[in-house]
Design a protein around this ligand. Structure first.
Ligand code: GLN
Length: 512
């Protein structure tokens, strides 16, 4: 079997048995990146020498029979939104183009302690706002299955690099679907854990009540391995849950008996692509043949999920992104130009004898903020800041933000009720397979509607997993989403693995 047909768990067994060294494995992936990423554009930066050095250190530890971490010697790619000490952390934004993180995010610290090898940083939508990775200020990322198509987003680089076998493991973030949706569109496995399962310390904040970090991999077993490495309580994140982390990788291969799977009536409505529908229905049929019972359920408030999300997420974003003022972090407008502009304006007003205009002139500091933010943020980020500021403003707070918070509770209660009847919920991850690059860029509303099936899990705080369940006639991956109650990741992973073991979709490789 070729190296790139193997999963991370298989690599790990080869590393442990000494069949391969971490330097060999890391070099193989670096070579693959050098060959394939010219076409895909998944990585913003690759640090080959550092990766090889790190791998060599881990090989030495193994040779000397020193204790090694859980992922010892496995290469991993990191979405460019997690702080990594001394490393540029750009969030694919001009605003943070030259920002170097002064500390490690908790997830990075855990991966380091687990002896993972950092390959580099992956592309994303700016500040994780988007669903196609086209909002990156720096480059386009292409879907490995069809180079004219989007990889999804915002963790598009993370999904594409795993799907194109340029990394066996990668880390993404999911605020409204950004791990699961690109996993679905690129044909890999993506898991958004329960809110609070993984520490957000050192994750650049988008919408703090929704953001979660999670794995993108080529198998469910690998997702279990990576989740158990990064999950757990962290005193540095007050929202992280203080509950023990099960050894997911030890139980993931045990099938669930008496499994009750719910399919959501509202998920099979108009707009669902027939090919996606039939692949998802076939997956439900597979569960039935594996001994599960299927039950139709209803999530009556799911029709409000996108509207609710697009009030809450921008509101939190507008507050979180206030910190990019040109003083604390990152980009600052050219001050010389700014002061010259101010002086010229003042002169013009003086000559015109316009005292009112002179009184209204913004002082240099305000001007610096304004220019910095106008130049540093892209269009979508500005749109979110404006939407959120509007929704939170005194006259509109009750009508938008407060209302959205109430609907959020109803959405959560829908899930509570559904999980009284079923163990897992299964359904589509997106209504259609990967769309064409450029197809949505002029239509933000259409782009928001892609999030139909993903945002409710974030609003409810429950975990969601996406795994491949089919191919369209044109060869594009189709994803299956599974959801479980909060903190039931073990059940979610075992349920997903049952399907994976009975099918071959996850073994298909993009024709590169
Ligand atoms: N597409 C959604 C948005 O643009 C989700 C993004 C995410 O999960 N980070 O907000």
């Amino acid at each position: 079997m070729s190296l790139f047909q193997q999963t991370a768990s298989e690599h790990l067994r080869s590393l442990e048995s000494g069949d391969i060294s971490s330097v060999e494995l890391t070099r193989a992936y670096l070579d693959r990146i050098a060959e394939v990423d010219k076409k895909i554009g998944a990585f913003l930066r690759v640090d080959a020498q550092r990766a090889i050095d790190q791998a060599a250190q881990i090989d030495a530890k193994r040779r000397q029979r020193q204790p090694v971490g859980r992922l010892a010697g496995l290469p991993i790619a990191i979405k460019d939104i997690l702080c990594q000490r001394g490393e540029r952390t750009t969030c694919a934004s001009r605003m943070l183009q030259d920002f170097r993180a002064p500390y490690d995010a908790t997830v990075i610290a855990r991966l380091r302690a687990a002896d993972a090898v950092f390959l580099g940083r992956t592309n994303m939508d700016e500040f994780a706002m988007g669903g196609s990775t086209e909002n990156s200020a720096f480059q386009l990322t292409r879907n490995p299955w069809n180079l004219e198509r989007a990889p999804g987003g915002s963790s598009g680089g993370a999904a594409a690099c795993v799907a194109a076998r340029m990394a066996p493991l990668s880390i993404g973030t999911d605020t409204g679907g950004s791990i699961r949706q690109p996993a679905g569109l690129c044909g890999c496995v993506g898991l958004k854990p329960t809110y609070g399962r993984v520490s957000r310390y050192g994750l650049v904040a988008f919408a703090s009540s929704l953001d979660q970090i999670g794995p993108l991999t080529n198998s469910v077993e690998d997702a279990a391995l990576l989740l158990e490495t990064i999950a757990g309580h962290d005193p540095l994140d007050s929202t992280s849950l203080d509950t023990p982390v099960p050894e997911y990788s030890q139980t993931v291969n045990q099938p669930l008996s008496g499994l009750k799977i719910g399919w959501v009536r509202e998920h099979f409505g108009p707009g669902l692509d027939p090919e996606v529908e039939s692949a998802v229905r076939a997956a439900l049929g597979m569960y039935k043949s594996l001994g599960a019972t299927l039950r139709e359920i209803s999530l009556p408030h799911s029709k409000y999920a996108v509207a609710t999300y697009y009030v809450i997420a921008p509101s939190e974003a507008s507050s979180n992104l206030a910190r990019y003022d040109g003083v604390h972090y990152g980009y600052r407008t050219n001050e010389q130009d700014m002061l010259a502009e101010l002086a010229a304006e003042r002169r013009r007003l003086q000559e015109a004898g316009d005292q009112r205009g002179l009184d209204d002139l913004d002082p240099a500091l305000v001007r610096m903020y304004r220019r910095t933010r106008a130049e540093g943020f892209g269009q979508e980020v500005k749109r979110r800041i404006m939407l959120g500021t509007y929704a939170l403003s005194a006259g509109y707070y009750d009508a938008y933000y407060l209302k959205a918070m109430k609907v959020r509770r109803l959405i959560r209660q829908d899930f509570d009720r559904a999980f009284e009847q079923v163990d897992l919920i299964a359904g589509p991850i997106t209504a259609e397979p990967a769309f064409k690059l450029g197809e949505m860029t002029g239509n933000p509303l259409a782009m928001y509607l892609v999030d139909l099936y993903t945002v409710s899990a974030n609003l409810a705080g429950i975990p969601g997993l996406c795994l491949p369940c089919g191919r369209s006639k044109s060869g594009l991956p189709i994803g299956l989403q599974l959801q479980s109650p909060a903190l039931a990741e073990e059940r979610l992973l075992r349920g997903a693995r049952m399907y994976e073991q009975a099918t071959e979709w996850h073994k298909l490789q993009a024709p590169l």
